[in-house]
Design a protein around this ligand. Structure first.
Ligand code: PMV
Length: 325
C-alpha cells in the first residue's frame, strides 16, 4: 500500500509572558508577543501516515481515538498540509505524550509542533523553521514556540506571515528550572481556544496587551543577562495580568483553586526566606515554580511534604521539534 510517513518529536513549553487572546481567531494570530522556555521532560512523539486507502483521517492520542471537536481540530491541521502538498490522501496519526495528561502542562503545544514537523516530513515539503512555526501556530498558538528549543519569542503582526516564533537562546544558555506543581488533575472546563475568544470581553485586555509589550522588552534583556530576579518578577506579573483578564471576561473564567492560592503564598514565603522562586500559571489550577538549580532540592522537599501537592515534575530547558529516525 502506498503511504507517505514520518515520525517527529516536540516538547511542551512554559510561557514566561503569555499569549492570551487573538488578533485574528481563524488564523490564531496572537494579540500580543510572548516569550517561553521549552521544557525538556515533556515530550510528544507523533507518527503521521498519509495513505491512499484511508476513507477518513484517524487520530489516536495516548491509545485513545479522538472524536468530535478535538478530531476536527487535527483534521483542519492535516488539511493545511494536504493543500500545500496537493494531495487528498487521508492520514492516520498516532501520538504519545511521555507526561501524564492533566499534569498542568498543555499537550497542545508539543502535540501540534510534533504533528507539523511530521506532516512536513511525510509529504516531503521543504519548509523553513519559520514556516513550520507559522503552520504550528494554526493548530495552537503556543505550538509555534515549541518548534524551537531553549528560550523562544513568538512574534505577532497584521498577517499570517508576521506571526512566527524565533529562538532567543538555545537550551544550554541557562539552566532555569520549572517545577510543575500539580494540585488538580481534573480536565479544565474552558479550553484555551474558547478562552482566547473571551479575552477581548475583559475591560483589562487592552491594558494588558500594552503592558506586556514593555515586559517583553525587559524580559529579552533579562534573559540575555541571565538576570533571574527580573525574569521571575516579569513571569509573575504577566501571569497575574493574564488571570485578571480571564477573571474579568464575560463569562468570567476562574482557573484557580484554593490549592493554587496556597502555592502562590508558599512561593512568596520562600522569597522572604531568601530562596529565588517565582510562580507562573497557565489556563488551569496548577502552578509552575521557576527557580535555579541550587534551590531545587529545598523546594522539592517542601513541596512533597505539602498535602495540597499531588505531584511535582522537574523540567529544564529542552530542545526544539525534529524528525526522528
Ligand atoms: O496554545 P494555546 O491555544 O493552548 O494557548 C496557550 C495559552 C497559555 O498556555 C495560557 C499561555 C501561553 O502562552 O502558553
Amino acid at each position: 500500500m502506498q503511504r507517505y510517513e514520518a515520525t517527529a518529536e516536540a516538547r511542551a513549553n512554559i510561557a514566561l509572558t503569555k499569549y492570551w487572546g487573538n488578533a485574528d481567531d481563524r488564523l490564531r494570530i496572537p494579540a500580543n508577543e510572548s516569550i517561553s522556555m521549552t521544557l525538556d521532560r515533556t515530550r510528544t512523539v507523533t507518527t503521521v501516515s498519509f495513505r491512499a486507502d484511508l476513507k477518513a483521517d484517524e487520530v489516536v492520542v495516548d491509545d485513545r481515538p479522538l472524536a468530535g471537536a478535538a478530531l476536527e481540530r487535527v483534521v483542519r491541521h492535516l488539511d493545511l498540509f494536504r493543500d500545500l502538498a496537493g494531495t487528498t490522501w487521508r492520514a492516520r496519526v498516532v501520538s504519545h505524550n511521555n507526561f501524564p495528561t492533566g499534569a498542568g502542562i498543555a499537550s497542545s503545544a508539543s502535540g501540534f509542533a510534533a504533528l507539523t514537523v511530521a506532516c512536513a516530513g511525510a509529504l516531503g515539503l521543504d519548509l523553513s523553521p519559520r514556516d513550520l512555526s507559522r503552520l504550528a501556530r494554526r493548530g495552537s498558538g503556543s505550538a509555534a514556540r515549541s518548534i524551537f528549543g531553549g528560550f523562544v519569542l513568538l512574534h505577532t503582526g497584521p498577517s499570517d506571515e508576521d506571526a512566527f516564533a524565533e529562538p532567543l537562546h538555545g537550551p544550554d544558555w541557562w539552566e532555569v528550572c520549572d517545577l510543575v506543581v500539580v494540585v488538580s488533575r481534573s480536565e479544565k472546563k474552558t479550553p484555551s481556544t474558547a478562552g482566547h475568544h473571551l479575552a477581548r470581553t475583559s475591560p483589562l485586555h487592552l491594558a494588558r496587551v500594552a503592558r506586556v509589550a514593555a515586559l517583553n522588552e525587559r524580559l529579552r534583556q533579562a534573559l540575555a543577562e541571565r538576570d533571574f530576579a527580573t525574569v521571575g518578577e516579569i513571569a509573575e506579573e504577566d501571569a497575574l495580568l493574564m488571570h485578571a483578564v480571564m477573571m474579568t471576561s464575560r463569562p468570567s473564567l476562574i482557573y484557580w483553586l484554593p490549592e493554587t492560592m496556597a502555592i502562590i503564598h508558599r512561593v512568596r514565603r520562600w522569597r522572604e526566606e531568601g530562596v529565588q522562586a517565582y510562580f507562573t500559571i497557565d489556563a488551569g489550577p496548577n502552578v509552575h515554580v521557576l527557580t535555579l538549580p541550587e534551590h531545587v532540592d529545598r523546594l522539592l522537599t517542601d513541596l512533597r511534604a505539602d498535602p495540597v501537592v499531588q505531584e511535582v515534575l522537574l523540567c529544564r530547558p529542552g530542545r526544539g521539534a525534529s524528525l526522528m529516525g
